[in-house]
Write a protein of this length. Structure first.
Length: 332
């Protein structure tokens, strides 16, 4: 098991002990199986304890693990075939968002998602998963194509946010995201959205309006990252852990607040520990929902989708009793 984060140190210590005992056993030819079994049991118990009691910030860390599977890897593991489509037919082809036709469980769907990159060169090529306006316009073009051919849409969300550069704003970043939200709300095909890593702000919701919205277990979804929130409130990143808790950005909190439709469990330790198993679980959920949603009346589906998102954040209070206006402390 690959150890990366500070909170995983107890696991690292146990792994080191296990490795040393194995080396002693090999060198001395003395049977150490009892000690090894005991340490292995401790390791498994510690792993279970750690990963079932993660804080908000620790889940943010796991969602950013460099070995975590990204959109293209999920497509490779889940789809029988995939044909990538390019360009927004206006400015260019944004590499931070990929999309195309894929066959999953015998069902053809338009699959769209953020792509971060696996190494420094690839991350620069993909702009670290931060899309420009043409990325969201490409995504919308592909969604409208899916609507034309009456095929469902699947989106995989993993971005630290839409690209905040001056040139992105000049080309209409806010308008592009807002238009996607509008068009996805009334798209006349089933739409399934899954947060597979980071779900930051408009960059995420620009492809995040769906009939079913899921989060993988160790992902986050929020209007702002913990670091940026800490920077705004305290003028430093030092309070990012506190900000992560206050933002209620974990999958459990999002489901509790009825902002998502479900949580897809990850392998113990995170999706990066076993991408094949994670892809299998995700594919099973997608195939199940595709089968259910395709039989639904499309008018009802769109109406329910609109109502679901319009009801989020709405607070209904009893209207106060009417009172006469007051001028100069005297009733008129």
């Amino acid at each position: 098991m690959k150890i990366t984060f500070d909170f995983e140190k107890p696991l690292s210590d146990l792994q080191t002990q296990i490795e040393k005992i194995r080396q002693v056993e090999e060198k001395t030819k003395v049977d150490m199986s009892a000690t090894l079994n005991e340490l292995q049991d401790k390791f498994e118990e510690a792993k279970k304890t750690i990963y079932t009691n993660l804080s908000g910030w620790q889940k943010v860390q796991i969602s950013r693990h460099p070995d975590r599977p990204y959109t293209l890897q999920y497509i490779e593991l889940m789809c029988d075939d995939f044909i990538e489509l390019h360009g927004d037919r206006n400015v260019g082809d944004d590499k931070a968002i990929i999309g195309g036709w894929g066959t999953i469980g015998g069902q053809t769907a338009m699959i769209i998602g953020h792509q971060k990159g696996k190494n420094t060169k690839d991350r620069q090529y993909r702009n670290f998963g931060m899309a420009n306006p043409e990325g969201y316009r490409k995504a919308l073009r592909l969604m409208k194509m899916a609507e034309k051919f009456n095929k469902p849409v699947i989106t995989l969300i993993d971005t630290p946010g839409a690209y905040p550069g001056l040139e992105a704003e000049e080309r209409g970043q806010g308008e592009a995201i807002a238009r996607n939200i509008l068009e996805m709300s009334v798209l006349r095909v089933p739409v399934i959205c899954v947060v597979i890593g980071e779900g930051a702000s408009g960059g995420a919701i620009g492809i995040g309006i769906g009939d079913k919205v899921y989060m993988l277990e160790h992902t986050w979804y929020s209007v702002i990252s913990p670091e940026s929130c800490s920077s705004i409130l305290w003028r430093t990143w030092d309070y990012k852990e506190r900000a992560a808790e206050a933002l209620k950005l974990t999958s459990n909190e999002m489901f509790k607040n009825k902002l998502i439709d479900g949580i897809i469990k990850e392998p113990l330790g995170g999706a990066h520990q076993d991408p094949i198993a994670m892809a299998s679980v995700l594919k099973k959920q997608l195939v199940k929902d595709l089968k259910t949603l395709k039989d639904r009346n499309i008018d009802e589906l769109v109406s329910e989708r609109v109502d679901k998102f319009c009801s989020m954040g709405v607070v209904i209070e009893d209207e106060p009793a009417a009172t006469a206006p007051i001028i100069n402390d005297q009733e008129v």
